[in-house]
Design a protein around this ligand. Sequence first.
Ligand SMILES: Cc1cc2nc3c(=O)[nH]c(=O)nc-3n(C[C@H](O)[C@H](O)[C@H](O)COP(=O)(O)OP(=O)(O)OC[C@H]3O[C@@H](n4cnc5c(N)ncnc54)[C@H](O)[C@@H]3O)c2cc1C
Length: 404
Amino acid sequence: MSRMQVDHDLCTLCGQCVEACPFDGVEIRGQAIEFTDSCRLCRLCIKACPVGALWLEESEAVGTVDKAEYQGVLVFAEQRQGQIQPVTYELIGKGLELARQLDEPVAVFLAGNNIKPQAERLLQYGVDRVYLYDHPKLEHFRIEPYTALMVELVGEIKPNIILMGATSVGRSLAPRVAARLRTGLTADCTSLSVKANGDLVQTRPAFGGNVMAQIITPRHRPQMATVRYKVMPAASKVAKPHGKIVHCQIDEKLLQSGIEVLGFRPHHMVDSITDADIIVAGGRGIGRPEGLELLGELADLLGGMVGVTRPLVEQGWASYTQQVGMSGRTVRPRLYVACGISGAIQHVAGMRGSDVIFAINTDPNAAIFDAAHYGLVGDLYEIVPNLIQRLKEGGSLDAVFQAG
Ligand SMILES: Cc1cc2nc3c(=O)[nH]c(=O)nc-3n(C[C@H](O)[C@H](O)[C@H](O)COP(=O)(O)OP(=O)(O)OC[C@H]3O[C@@H](n4cnc5c(N)ncnc54)[C@H](O)[C@@H]3O)c2cc1C
């Protein structure tokens, strides 16, 4: 690992490096400058030092990974209660696309109890291998055995890329696996592509969503990314599956865990906007909380659900589970009706994958119209009641768009 170094003979303990560090990564301890765990190796202290006493020592280990040894994409198949979670099919879709470009195989890691039928189902999506870990102790997700088995498999098959869902399971498993493998991990990617040399270009919002950062892992393998549900299209079944199931031997030692699952009680599931086919979303332009009732009426008529922008959640007008965007839910409905929404990048990041986006805004220059397929410039309090009336009179959605 790279490390900051200090020439104590040159250092005058002036403290300018301490002041320059935005992360509290440098301290004066006794008569010496020391770097803490918070140091991000950003080099601001080097620039600030008036006597040139600081430098970054690059690790000799850098560049020692033989990239050619790592081939293919490995997808973590998440199952709950024996059912494959839908994000898995989206990861397979992306994995197949990346692997096609590299001319490399796609494998899936699946762990569970009596889970072979699900392994067979995964093969129908055109993957080359499903590595199956079937054991009563793997019925529920427990972090230690899942990590140990995944790390063991990676050691054997050496994948170039590992994809996991940015779910609560993926978000706890991915960093553990990455840390054990001493490799990089990019969380919550919104887009993934691959260079000809096999480097994965991992795109995700950064700096509060103001920039889309492209992150690569040029010196380590495998390259690991988590991807949120509904950000990428799901794979389709293939006409002639060709893959194979590999029944993996399980070393009992790897199943040890400090966690005992006493039982499983399903959470009462409320319909989630993530799965909604149609979303009518309201922004600050609704002006008052009652506006959401109007949007609710439209959503009911369309058989959809109501989504909101973050300011409405902050005002307490709607629940966080309805928030669409970078810090809320990512959605991919057939139709997204955006009412009184300006189209901030943080909001659009969560809904731009919708099949059809229909925006209503009084401002003809609102950014939402750049993301929308259809738009109406005008007051939502005139347009939405009009739409509701037309639908009540038996008008179809198509007719509504024509009217627009
Ligand atoms: C780190 C970070 C994360 C964030 N995450 C999210 C997120 O997940 N989701 C999210 O939504 N935001 C998020 N935001 C906030 C985001 O930056 C914007 O502030 C927010 O999306 C704006 O919401 P809005 O469009 O409802 O409001 P505004 O930007 O105020 O837009 C209101 C719009 O309504 C229009 N309007 C006004 N009256 C009417 C009317 N009567 N009829 C029709 N149109 C009308 C106006 O012309 C305007 O375009 C985040 C911000 C940060 C910094």
